[in-house]
Design a protein around this ligand. Structure first.
Ligand code: C2O
Ligand code: CU
Length: 489
C-alpha cells in the first residue's frame, strides 16, 4: 500500500475500538482510540482514510488515525507528550484552547522550531482547566490541519455521566485535501526555520497554493463532510440505555461552520470551548452552530427510547454525510428519519447562559482597549483577509503587560465570510454582541465566530506572558492574512 512517494500508507479504518474513556467499559465513540496516563506518544505519519463512502483519502495523521487518538487527563496533572515526526515536512502540536506556558504552544518560528522529519520534541505542561479541547499541527496549518493532523484532548471535570462521546467534525475533498496526494518533499532545505518560517502564514517550504482563489466556494472544494472521519451514521453509533446521563462533546476541526440537530432529545449545552455554563436551560430542536475551532458539550438524560439522528442541517450536498445515530439499547422505540434540509432555529449562545461567573463588565476600567476590523479584499485575483486593513505579518500586534485588563472589539466587515477568531493562551469573556450587553448571560470562549456584519466586545486578563497568536480559524483566511499577535512587553 505505497503511494507515489513510496511511503507506507497504513489503513486508518481499523475496527471500532471499544476502549473505555472516562467511564469504565463505555466506548467514547466509534473508532477513536483513547490515551491516558502522564506520558503519551504521538507519531505524525501518512496514512489513508477510508471514509466509508467509497473514498480513500491520503491523509496525515497522529498515530495512524483521523481524528488522532483522544488524550484524557485529569485536572492538575502534568502531561508529557512525545511527538515523533515521520512525515516529509516539519510539524508541531498546538493545544487549542489550553492555556499552556508559551514555550509549549507549538508555534513554529515563535515558540519553538518546527519538528523536522525524523526528529522528536517533548511537550510538557500542567493542565488546570477542565474542558473539551483539541490539538493540531500549527506548521503550515492550512494544509496540515486540512490533511488530518489533529485529535481531541479532554481535561476531565467532576461531572458524572454514564456515557461520554466525542464527535469531531471535518470536511474533505474526495480527491484529497489541498495539495494532496502529491506531497511536496522540498522540506529538506528547511532546517533553518528559526524565526523566518512563521506559523500558518505562507509556509516557506510547503510550495503549495494555500489561499482561496476569488469566487471559489468552499462547498465545491469540500464535498465530503465527516464525523470522526466517517461519512454516514452507520459508522457513528452512540449507544445509550434508558435513563442514562449522556454527554456529547462536539469539536469542529474543519474550516466550515456546521449546524447540528440532535433529534428526539431535550438537552443542555453545558459548556462552550470547554468552559462550563451555569444553569443551562433545556432546549430541543434548535441547531447548534459550530464554527471552526469551537467546542460545545451537550448533555441529556436518555428518556426517549428509539433511534435518533444527530445530523447537520443545510442545503449543501455534503451535509447528508455528516451524521451519527443515538441508539437506545434494550428498549424499543421509533426509528427516526433524517430531515437535513428542514429549517430550524439556531441556538443563540449569547442569550443562553444564565448564571454569572463573570469577572468583567462592559463599563469597568480597562488598561487597554483595542479594535480589530476584519475584512475580505481582493488582490490580484485572490482573496486576502485583513485585520485593520493589513495582512500578516504586517498586522499590528496587540501589546500588553502582565496583569493588564484588555478589552477587544471585533468587527466583521466582510460581506460573506465568517471569521471564527481564536486567541491562544487565554480565555476571554464575551461582553456584548452587536451592541447588546450580555450581562446576564456571560460566556467564556477561546474561539468566537463573527458572522458577516457582526460586532462583539470581549475582555480578558493578560495573565499568561508570551507571544501568542490571535487569528481566524478558517485557516484559509489565516494563511491569507488574518493573523496577529498578542505580545507581552
Ligand atoms: Cu487551533 Cu492557532 O489554532
Ligand atoms: Cu476568517
Amino acid at each position: 500500500n505505497k503511494d507515489m512517494e513510496g511511503m507506507d500508507h497504513s489503513k486508518v479504518d481499523q475496527p471500532a475500538k471499544q476502549e473505555s474513556g472516562a467511564v469504565e467499559g463505555q466506548p467514547p465513540t466509534g473508532n477513536m482510540e483513547v490515551l491516558t496516563g502522564s506520558e503519551i506518544n504521538l507519531t505524525a505519519k501518512a496514512a489513508t482514510l477510508d471514509t466509508g463512502s467509497g473514498n480513500s483519502i491520503p491523509v496525515w495523521t497522529f498515530n495512524n488515525s483521523v481524528p488522532g487518538p483522544q488524550i484524557r487527563v485529569k485536572k492538575g496533572e502534568v502531561l508529557k507528550v512525545n511527538l515523533k515526526n515521520e512525515l516529509p515536512e516539519p510539524v508541531t502540536i498546538h493545544w487549542h484552547g489550553i492555556p499552556v506556558p508559551n514555550e509549549m504552544d507549538g508555534i513554529p518560528g515563535v515558540t519553538q522550531n518546527a519538528v523536522q522529519p525524523g526528529e522528536t520534541f517533548t511537550y510538557e505542561f500542567k493542565v488546570d482547566d477542565p474542558g473539551t479541547y483539541w490539538y493540531h499541527s500549527h506548521q503550515d496549518g492550512v494544509n496540515q490541519v486540512d490533511r488530518g493532523l489533529y485529535g481531541s484532548i479532554i481535561v476531565e471535570d467532576d461531572i458524572k455521566t454514564d456515557r461520554d462521546y466525542t464527535l469531531v467534525l471535518d470536511e474533505w475533498n474526495s480527491a484529497g485535501n489541498m495539495d494532496m496526494p502529491g506531497v511536496d518533499t522540498s522540506s529538506s532545505d528547511s532546517s533553518d526555520v528559526d524565526h523566518s518560517n512563521m506559523d500558518m502564514g505562507e509556509s516557506a517550504n510547503s510550495g503549495t497554493q494555500s489561499s482561496v482563489p476569488a469566487g471559489h466556494d468552499m462547498n465545491s472544494m469540500y464535498d465530503l463532510f465527516t464525523i470522526n472521519g466517517k461519512v454516514g451514521e452507520q459508522f457513528n453509533k452512540l449507544l445509550v440505555k434508558k435513563d442514562e446521563k449522556v454527554r456529547i462533546r462536539l469539536i469542529n476541526a474543519g474550516f466550515m461552520s456546521h449546524k447540528l440537530h440532535i433529534h428526539g432529545q431535550e438537552f443542555k449545552v453545558i459548556s462552550t470551548d470547554g468552559q462550563l455554563i451555569n444553569n443551562p436551560a433545556l432546549i430541543k430542536d434548535q441547531l447548534i452552530d459550530i464554527a471552526p475551532g469551537e467546542r460545545y458539550d451537550i448533555e441529556f438524560t436518555a428518556n426517549n427510547p428509539g433511534e435518533w439522528y444527530i445530523e447537520e442541517h443545510g442545503t449543501a450536498d455534503a451535509v447528508k454525510g455528516m451524521k451519527a445515530l443515538i441508539q437506545y439499547e434494550g428498549s424499543d422505540g421509533p426509528k427516526d428519519q433524517p430531515n437535513e434540509s428542514a429549517e430550524l432555529p439556531t441556538l443563540d449562545i449569547a442569550k443562553y447562559g444564565q448564571a454569572s461567573q463573570a469577572k468583567f463588565s462592559l463599563n469597568q476600567k480597562y488598561d487597554l482597549e483595542y479594535t480589530m476590523n476584519l475584512n475580505t479584499k481582493e488582490q490580484k485575483g485572490e482573496q486576502i483577509y485583513t485585520i485593520n486593513d493589513e495582512v500578516y505579518p504586517n498586522t499590528e500586534a496587540i501589546k500588553v503587560k502582565k496583569g493588564d485588563l484588555v478589552k477587544v472589539k471585533l468587527v466583521n466587515n466582510s460581506k460573506e465570510d465568517e471569521h471564527p477568531m481564536h486567541l491562544h493562551g487565554h480565555f476571554f469573556q464575551v461582553l456584548s454582541k452587536n451592541g447588546q450587553p450580555l450581562e446576564g448571560s456571560p460566556i467564556i470562549k477561546d474561539t468566537l465566530n463573527l458572522k458577516p456584519g457582526e460586532e462583539y466586545v470581549v475582555a480578558f486578563e493578560a495573565d499568561n506572558p508570551g507571544d501568542w497568536m490571535f487569528h481566524c480559524h478558517d485557516l484559509h483566511h489565516a494563511s491569507s492574512g488574518m493573523v496577529t499577535h498578542l505580545l507581552y512587553t
